[in-house]
Write a protein that binds this ligand. Structure first.
Ligand code: MN
Length: 203
């Protein structure tokens, strides 16, 4: 079964004014679509991997055949990263996290503001294209950054929140002002979904 590009779970203008409709459109319909197409192109060379889930392939990237390993890492990473990214945002988002994840954040970082500061710094300071993540690793919450489309799954962590800091994610609206985008992005976070991901990752 080839991988498919899912629809955005909301309208392209649903995250206005924080993320503009045109950026969402190009980001989902062009960039994410290309990751899916190139992932499928790579996997077509190895039909024996057909039954393996993508997350499973990324967790065991060293066992992926060498001729498609980089493509799976980049385009497979691009596919899972963006699928997560659309889901952890939503209209009417932002505010402070409640639920299980809210309590876990307070315990791990001292406060939500402390997490926000740490994750924002990771996002702003990531050199070049990449992501900043809140992950579950070894049962606990941690902040990580990654280059390119590297998924936290590659290093045995489970992402529960991530911010895309590729220029394609913000350049139309924010140009070179990545910190402004990062600050605005917090207003889009769908904490209910992050809570679900956290519970699944720690179950
Ligand atoms: Mn992106």
């Amino acid at each position: 079964m080839a991988h498919t590009l899912g629809d955005l779970p909301y309208a392209v203008d649903a995250l206005e004014p924080y993320i503009d409709a045109r950026t969402m459109e190009i980001h989902h319909d062009k960039h994410h679509a290309t990751y899916v197409a190139k992932l499928n192109e790579a996997l077509a060379k190895h039909p024996e991997l057909e039954s393996r889930g993508l997350e499973d392939l990324l967790r065991g990237i060293d066992q992926v055949p060498e001729d498609i390993r980089t493509a799976v890492r980049n385009h497979g990473g691009g596919h899972v990263n963006h699928t997560l990214f659309w889901a952890i945002m939503g209209p009417g988002g932002g505010g402070e996290p409640g639920g299980t994840v809210g309590a876990a954040i307070a315990k791990a970082f001292g406060s939500f503001d402390a997490l926000k500061e740490k994750l924002s710094a990771a996002a702003v300071n990531q050199f070049g294209s990449g992501w900043a993540w809140l992950v579950v690793k070894d049962g606990g919450l941690a902040v990580q950054a990654s280059a390119n489309q590297d998924s936290p799954l590659l290093s045995g962590a489970a992402p529960v929140l991530g911010i895309d800091v590729w220029e394609h994610a913000y350049y139309l609206k924010y140009q070179n002002l990545r910190p402004k985008y990062v600050e605005a992005w917090w207003n889009t976070v769908n904490w209910a979904h992050v809570d679900e991901l956290y519970k699944a990752a720690t179950a």
